[in-house]
Ligand binder design. Structure first.
Ligand code: SF4
Length: 651
C-alpha cells in the first residue's frame, strides 16, 4: 500500500458491556489499523472517560475461544436441527409435566431486545413465570424496596445528582473498583465543590473509602440498624420535612415507633459502631439538605437487603430529599442491563413494562397487547429456588443465556449437581467452554459485544444503543433470534416473526405506553414510532419519554405522585434483629467483593494480560487480630471453610 493512500476511518458509538454505569464507548475502525476504543465524549454517563476494563475492550475481540456453531451432545450441529430439538424437548416437558417444569435463567448481559423476547415467550406463550436472571443476585432487594416504598420500581435520581450534592453517602458500594467512572465523578465533584463531604459505609476499608471524609466500618448486615437509628435522630433533631411527609407519604408514625424502640446500646451492638461515630454521621446527614445516598451490592446481596433499602428510603422520605437535584436515594446496578431486564419484566415476580404479575388488570393488559394464548398468573422460581427445583427434579428443562451460574451462584456444588441431574440443559454463550457449558445438552453460539445490536439501560434510567461494528462470525446469532427461532417452531410464528432488534424495541416501547394513563412510571411510548434509522441513530436518553411528551422531568417524586394506590410513598417500619446481631456457629464473618479489573466469572476479562496484572491470584483479607489469632501472616496460603466447602487462597 502506498504511503500516500488514505484510509477513511469510521467511528461508531456504542456502550460498554460491563458495569451498570453504562459508559458510552467510541469505536474507531480503520481497515489498516487495529480497532481503537475510547470513551464517547457525548455520552452523559462518562463524558469521554473509561475505566481499565472499558479501555481494554478491543483486546476482547478475538475468535480463538468462541463458540461458532451450535452443538448437540458435544457434536457440531446447525441451527435448524438444534432449535427443532429444543422446541421438541420444551413441548414434551410442558405436555408431560406442565409449564412450570421448564425455566429460563437469563442475564443482565442480555440486551433489552433479547430479554423482551425471552420474557414474552416464557410468560405469554409457555404460560409460566419461571424466568429469572442473574440480576436477581445483584439488585432484587432494591426492586422490592422501591416497590414497597414507591409502588413502582423507580430509581428517582440521576448521576448528575453527584455534582449537585453536598453530602454523598456510599453504602455497601466499592465504587472505585465496581463503578470506577462514578468514583471519578465524585473525585472531580470534590474538587469543584470543596464543601462536598463523602461518607463510606462498608465493613472493609476499601479503595473507595480512601476518598471518604468519614468511613464507618459497619458490622456486616448492620446498615439497616444504622439507618433506622438515623430516622430516630432526624425526628429528634426536628429536621423531618412535615410538609412533604403530610402531602406525599403514609406510615411515618409506625416507622418512627420502630426506630425509637431501638435503644442506643442496641444500635451500637447491631451496627458495630460507637456512639461518637454514629453521632458524627447522624449530625452530618441531619444538617445537609443536599444528600444523595448511593447503595449497591453490599446492601442488596443480603437476607435483609430489602429492609436495608427501605431503611435508607425512609430517611430520604422523612426529609423530603428525593427527586431534587443533589438529593435522593440512589441504587446503582451491577450489570450493564440490569435495568433493561427490570423494564421488560425479566425477574420471575414481574411482568413486562414495569407491570405486576399479581395485578389482574396488568396481566390482562399484557396478554391483550401480546395476543398471547396464556399469561403467567403467579410468580415463578427465583434464582436460588430455581436451581434447587432443578436439583429436586421439579424443573426438567432449563435454558441458560449469557451467564455462568456454576461459578456465579451461591452454593456452586448444588448448581453443578442440579445441572448434572437435569434432563435437558441448553446454554447460549459466546465462549466455547466455561464451567456451565460442561453440562449443556445443546450449546448455542451467541453474538458477542461488537456483533450484537440493541439497547441497554444504565443505573440512571438512561437508554443507550449497543451497536454492532463487526459481522456475525460463522453461525453465530443474536439471542433474540435464537429464542424466536424456537418460538416459531413451537407454532408461534406471527408473534415472534422479528427481523431485527428495532422491531422488538418498537414493540417494547408500544407496550410501555399501552393503556398507560400516567399510572405506570416506565413509558417510552415516543419510541414506538421509531423508524429503523431513528433506532440506529438513537441518542442516549433518560426515560420516561411518553408519546407527545415534551420537557419531561427526568427525576421522579419531588412533588410526590408515587405509583401506590393513594399516590403516596409508604414508610416501612424496620424491625432490627438485635438478638442476632452477633454471628453464631462460625468463627469469622466474611464478605465477598469484586476485583477491580475483572468482570464476573472472568470468562472475558480473565484472558487479557493487562487486566490480570492488578490482582494476579485470589486472596482473602483478614482483620489483623483475626490473622494473629489464627497464626496467619501476610502472604500465607490459607484454607477458609464454610461448612464442608472450602477455598484455598493467599492471605
Ligand atoms: Fe465500562 Fe463500567 Fe468501566 Fe464504564 S465504569 S468503562 S461501564 S466497566
Amino acid at each position: 500500500m502506498s504511503a500516500n493512500q488514505k484510509h477513511l476511518a469510521t467511528r461508531i458509538n456504542t456502550s460498554c458491556p460491563y458495569c451498570g454505569v453504562g459508559c458510552g464507548v467510541s469505536v474507531e475502525i480503520d481497515q489498516a489499523k487495529p480497532i481503537k476504543i475510547s470513551g464517547d465524549k457525548s455520552h452523559p454517563a462518562n463524558a469521554g472517560k473509561l475505566c481499565s476494563k472499558g479501555l481494554a475492550l478491543a483486546e476482547t475481540l478475538r475468535l480463538t475461544d468462541r463458540l461458532l456453531h451450535p452443538s448437540i451432545e458435544g457434536n457440531p450441529s446447525d441451527w435448524e436441527t438444534s432449535t427443532q430439538l429444543i422446541a421438541n424437548k420444551l413441548q414434551q416437558t410442558i405436555s408431560t409435566y406442565g409449564p412450570d417444569a421448564v425455566a429460563f435463567y437469563v442475564s443482565g448481559q442480555l440486551l433489552t431486545e433479547d430479554y423482551y423476547v425471552a420474557n414474552k415467550l416464557m410468560k405469554g406463550y409457555v404460560g409460566s413465570a419461571n424466568i429469572d436472571t442473574n440480576s436477581r443476585l445483584c439488585m432484587a432487594s432494591s426492586v422490592a424496596g422501591h416497590k414497597r416504598a414507591f409502588g413502582s420500581d423507580t430509581v428517582p435520581g440521576q448521576y448528575s445528582d453527584i455534582e449537585h450534592a453536598d453530602l454523598l453517602v456510599l453504602v455497601g458500594s466499592n465504587l472505585a473498583w465496581c463503578h470506577p467512572i462514578l468514583q471519578q465523578r465524585i473525585t472531580n465533584a470534590k474538587i469543584q465543590n470543596p464543601n462536598l463531604k463523602v461518607v463510606v459505609i462498608d465493613p472493609r476499608r476499601t479503595a473507595t473509602a480512601e476518598l471518604a471524609d468519614l468511613h464507618l466500618a459497619v458490622k456486616p448486615g448492620g446498615d439497616a440498624a444504622l439507618f433506622t437509628g438515623l430516622l430516630a435522630h432526624l425526628a429528634d433533631e426536628e429536621v423531618v420535612d412535615y410538609d412533604y411527609v403530610e402531602q406525599h407519604t403514609s406510615g411515618i408514625e409506625d416507622a418512627l415507633i420502630s426506630a425509637f424502640s431501638l435503644s442506643f446500646a442496641e444500635l451500637e451492638l447491631a451496627s458495630g459502631l460507637d456512639k461518637n461515630t454514629l453521632n458524627n454521621f447522624y449530625h452530618l446527614f441531619a444538617k445537609t439538605p443536599k444528600t444523595v445516598t448511593v447503595y449497591s451490592q453490599g446492601v442488596n446481596q443480603s437476607v435483609i437487603g430489602t429492609d436495608t433499602v427501605n431503611s435508607i428510603i425512609n430517611c430520604h422520605l422523612a426529609t423530603g430529599r428525593i427527586g431534587v437535584p443533589g438529593m435522593g436515594p440512589f441504587s446503582v446496578t451491577g450489570q450493564p442491563n440490569a435495568m433493561g431486564g427490570r423494564e421488560v419484566g425479566g425477574l420471575s415476580n414481574m411482568l413486562a413494562a414495569h407491570m405486576d404479575l399479581h395485578n389482574a388488570e396488568h396481566r390482562h393488559t399484557v396478554q391483550e397487547f401480546w395476543q398471547s394464548p396464556a399469561i403467567a398468573d403467579k410468580p415463578g422460581l427465583k434464582a436460588v429456588d430455581l436451581f434447587q427445583a432443578v436439583y429436586d427434579g421439579k424443573v426438567k428443562f432449563i435454558w441458560i443465556m449469557a451467564t455462568n451460574p456454576v461459578v456465579s451462584m451461591p452454593d456452586a456444588n448444588l448448581v453443578k449437581a442440579a445441572l448434572d441431574r437435569c434432563p435437558f440443559v441448553v446454554v447460549s454463550d459466546v465462549v466455547a467452554n466455561n464451567e456451565t457449558m460442561a453440562f449443556a445438552n445443546v450449546k448455542l453460539p451467541a453474538a458477542a459485544w461488537g456483533e450484537k445490536n440493541g439497547t441497554v439501560t444504565n443505573s440512571e434510567r438512561c437508554i443507550s444503543r449497543q451497536r454492532a461494528f463487526r459481522a456475525l462470525p460463522a453461525q453465530v446469532k443474536p439471542d433474540w433470534w435464537a429464542i424466536s427461532a424456537v418460538a416459531k417452531k413451537l407454532g408461534y410464528v406471527k408473534a415472534f416473526d422479528y427481523h431485527n432488534a428495532a422491531e422488538i424495541f418498537r414493540e417494547h416501547a408500544a407496550l410501555s405506553a399501552y393503556k398507560n394513563t400516567d399510572t405506570r412510571d416506565f413509558d417510552i411510548g415516543a419510541c414506538a414510532s421509531f423508524t429503523n434509522d431513528d433506532y440506529d441513530n438513537l441518542i442516549p436518553f433518560t426515560w420516561p419519554r411518553p408519546k407527545g411528551g415534551k420537557n419531561i422531568e427526568s427525576r421522579f417524586f419531588a412533588n410526590g405522585n408515587f405509583y401506590t394506590a393513594n399516590k403516596r410513598a409508604q414508610f416501612i417500619p424496620i424491625h432490627v434483629a438485635t438478638a442476632n446481631a452477633q454471628p453464631n456457629n462460625y468463627l469469622l464473618m466474611a464478605n465477598t467483593g469484586r476485583l477491580r479489573d475483572q468482570w464476573h466469572t472472568m470468562t472475558r476479562t480473565g484472558r487479557i494480560a493487562t487486566l490480570s496484572a492488578h490482582s494476579t491470584e485470589p486472596s482473602i483479607e483478614l482483620n489483623l487480630s483475626d490473622a494473629e489469632d489464627n497464626g496467619i501472616v501476610h502472604g500465607d496460603i490459607v484454607r477458609a471453610y464454610v461448612g464442608h466447602t472450602s477455598i484455598l487462597v493467599r492471605a
